[in-house]
Design a binder for this molecule. Structure first.
Ligand code: ZN
Ligand code: ZN
Length: 143
C-alpha cells in the first residue's frame, strides 16, 4: 500500500471543486481515504478517526461517504457483498481481493479488457473487474 502525503488544503480544494462544503469532518474522512489508499469500510474510517475527532459518529462517517459518493468524489466498491468499501475516484483501475488476508489491491495492468468495445451487441462504456485469489504477500508467507 502506498501512503501519500495529502495536505488539508488539497482536500479542501477538491471538495470545493465538487461543490461540497468542506467541513472539518468531511475533510478528515476524505483525507483518510486519500492518504491510506486501503479501500476502507465505514467502520475502519470511524475507528481511525474517532481518536482525533471525539465528536465523530459512525452515522456522520456514513453520511459523508454517501455524499462524497453522490458527488463522484469517491466510489463505492461492490467487490464484497458483506461490507461496503470506498475508494477515491482517480485513474480508472481494477481490484484484486485476497481471500486469505482480505486486503483489496489496486490493479492497473490489465489492458486486454480495456480494448473491449462491445459485448453481445452492447456498447461498453466502463468496466470494473473484481479479481479474487491469494495475494503476493500471503503467497510468500506460505512458502
Ligand atoms: Zn493476502
Ligand atoms: Zn482502488
Amino acid at each position: 500500500m502506498k501512503k501519500l502525503r495529502i495536505s488539508i488544503e488539497n482536500v479542501k480544494n477538491l471538495l470545493e471543486a465538487k461543490g461540497v462544503k468542506p467541513s472539518f469532518q468531511r475533510i478528515s474522512v476524505l483525507k483518510y481515504l486519500l492518504q491510506e489508499n486501503n479501500h476502507p469500510s465505514v467502520d475502519t474510517i470511524y475507528k481511525n478517526l474517532v481518536s482525533q475527532i471525539p465528536t465523530l459518529s459512525r452515522t456522520t462517517v456514513y453520511n459523508t461517504l454517501k455524499l462524497l459518493s453522490e458527488k463522484e468524489v469517491i466510489s463505492t466498491l461492490s467487490i464484497s457483498n458483506t461490507d461496503l468499501r470506498f475508494d477515491f475516484v482517480g485513474e480508472p483501475h481494477d481490484h484484486f481481493q485476497c481471500n486469505t488476508c482480505g486486503k483489496i489491491y489496486d490493479i492497473y495492468e490489465i489492458s486486454d479488457f480495456s480494448e473491449l468495445k462491445t459485448v453481445d451487441g452492447h456498447q461498453v462504456q466502463e468496466m470494473q473487474l473484481h479479481l479474487k485469489g491469494t495475494c503476493n504477500r500471503c503467497l510468500e508467507s506460505l512458502n
